[in-house]
Ligand binder design. Structure first.
Ligand SMILES: NC(=O)C1=CN([C@@H]2O[C@H](COP(=O)(O)OP(=O)(O)OC[C@H]3O[C@@H](n4cnc5c(N)ncnc54)[C@H](O)[C@@H]3O)[C@@H](O)[C@H]2O)C=CC1
Length: 480
């Protein structure tokens, strides 16, 4: 996970003239490691933005964000520009899963700006759809030059940008995690062609939409709070994009070199990027197909970095999943995809010798396989226990690969868990073989598995900081 860096002492959120005033962020990046937020300012009561335990009090220690963009990490949204798979999906339930419970607007720990922002959020909540429509109408009417940055069909994911911004604003008190998220977001936005001058346009339309639909409570103070929050958000994104520009391309072209249909709807796709693609086992990327331009979906790397530079992904076609269906049923060797930057911090900590409890449900086994390879390549003899769950025997599409790995590595144990009579038994199996005192857990699969897996592990006493998983929200976004 990137270390949180700040670009100014307060990002313009504490009432000063901030990073550039009314949506006019500075253009030059501040070097990483610049001035840090000071404790005791609006950092009080920090809480990472990873998925909280159900029923966990908002003030309690949160689960550390585990993907690169952290709490609100890259599998969380893109703000400031195009709707994308990095943006939170529109499903409200999922968003709640992704974002921890907020302190109430009247909470003594919340900063004055956060209180005003949350009051606005409460006010617009019943008319969220209207706010969304109005925001985009405003944006595209006032700034038609921005329209090409968004997918041609905006209906299914049009509100991702707005949601990203609202989520970020709502978490304005959570500076370090918010920053990590926003930095990732800023980097991820380079592939859309987002430029610093686009941010003021988005900010103005955001204020325009909010002030219209929260008119009952909107006043100068509220507007000032939003302006400060948005200035902070946009500045961090702009800085991080500028820093990233010094070392990485905005995207990579990647030619499909093999397409292996493992089941009628699951393909293992291997691509060759046009230039070196640095990443870590356990991370994921965003991927765009030629058939659905500007629609990006997330997939984990299914192998640790290889000497030949090839990357592989496990893709399951799902109904109404435009990208996944195209990748499984249409993509062929020779087709060229686009890849965004790598993200995610569900990676192996090689500074410890703890065991790894790896749980992969369905195609969620992809990054688990990469993690096992990573441990093997580091020559460590750490105990690695893999639980591989599937609905039926024939859905264990990658079991042969895993069993071959087991033959070579005595420290590796593979356990398959096939659901019987519709019962999802993977969490039970984890419990049965527990308590996993000397292990770090890595969970990968459908959102329901992540939720119940975390609950199970917490229930048998595993501390938060030993449980890693990608954002539930992004998993949903990845699945369509
Ligand atoms: N393709 C990729 O690179 C990655 C995909 N994912 C996610 O993994 C998921 C894979 O989907 P499918 O293969 O259709 O998996 P699936 O829905 O068939 O589930 C696979 C197994 O996970 C367990 N499981 C599922 N839901 C559960 C629940 N609510 N409670 C407890 N256990 C549960 C069960 O053992 C089930 O057999 C998708 O959501 C995808 O976004 C996650 C990481 C990487």
């Amino acid at each position: 996970m990137d270390a949180p860096t700040t670009t100014s002492a307060d990002h313009g959120t504490s009432g000063g003239d901030g990073a550039g005033g009314w949506f006019t962020p500075r253009k030059k990046p501040t070097p990483a490691g610049g001035e840090q937020e000071t404790e005791g300012s609006r950092l009080a009561g920090l809480r990472p933005l990873g998925r909280p335990a159900e029923g966990e009090p908002a003030s309690g220690g949160g689960i550390p964000a585990t993907s690169g963009s952290a709490g609100i990490q890259e599998r969380i949204p893109d703000g400031g520009a195009p709707a994308s798979a990095e943006a939170p999906p529109p499903q409200a339930t999922v968003q709640q899963e992704r974002v921890p419970p907020q302190r109430s607007a009247s909470s003594p720990q919340a900063s004055p700006d956060a209180v005003l922002i949350r009051q606005t959020m409460e006010e617009i909540s019943p008319v969220a759809d209207k706010v969304t429509s109005y925001f985009y109408a405003l944006l595209f009417v006032r700034h038609p030059e921005l329209r090409p940055l968004f997918p041609p069909a905006m209906d299914t994911q049009r509100d991702r940008l707005l949601k990203a911004l609202l989520i970020a604003a709502e978490h304005i008190d959570n500076a370090p995690v918010l920053e990590d998220y926003l930095q990732n977001l800023g980097r991820g936005h380079r592939k859309y062609g987002t430029r610093p001058e686009h941010y003021p346009a988005v900010g103005e339309c955001l204020i325009g939409a909010l002030s219209r639909f929260a008119s009952a409570i909107w006043d100068e103070r509220t507007e000032a709070a939003w302006v400060r929050a948005y200035t902070t958000i946009s500045q961090v994104m702009i800085d991080s994009a500028a820093e990233d520009e010094l070392r990485s391309p905005p995207w990579w072209m990647a030619e499909v070199v093999s397409h292996d249909l493992r089941t009628p709807d699951i393909a293992v796709i291997t691509v060759r990027p046009d230039q070196p693609y640095p990443f870590l086992a356990g991370q994921y990327t965003s991927l765009e197909t030629p058939w659905w331009p500007r629609i990006w979906r997330h997939y984990s790397f299914a192998s640790a970095p290889r000497s030949d530079g090839l990357l592989s992904f496990h893709v399951k076609a799902i109904p109404a999943g435009w990208v996944s269906t195209a990748l499984v049923h249409r993509a062929r060797p020779g087709d060229v995809l686009r890849l965004g930057p790598p993200a995610g911090s569900m990676t192996v900590d090689h500074t410890t010798d703890s065991g790894l409890l790896c749980v992969g449900g369905g195609t969620g086994i992809a990054p688990i396989k990469a993690l096992v390879e990573d441990v093997a390549e580091h020559g460590e003899r750490r105990s690695v226990e893999v639980f591989y769950g599937a609905r039926a025997d024939h859905d264990l599409y990658d079991i042969d690969t895993l069993l071959r790995m087991k033959q070579s590595h005595s420290w590796l144990e593979i356990r398959t868990v096939v659901d019987r009579q519709g019962l999802l038994q993977l969490p039970d199996a984890m419990r049965e073989f527990g308590p996993w005192n000397e292990y770090d857990a890595y969970l990968s699969g459908p959102p329901g598995l992540i939720r119940s897996g975390v609950d199970t592990l917490r229930g048998i006493g595993m501390p938060w900081n030993r449980i890693r998983h990608d954002s539930v929200e992004e998993l949903v976004a990845a699945a369509d």
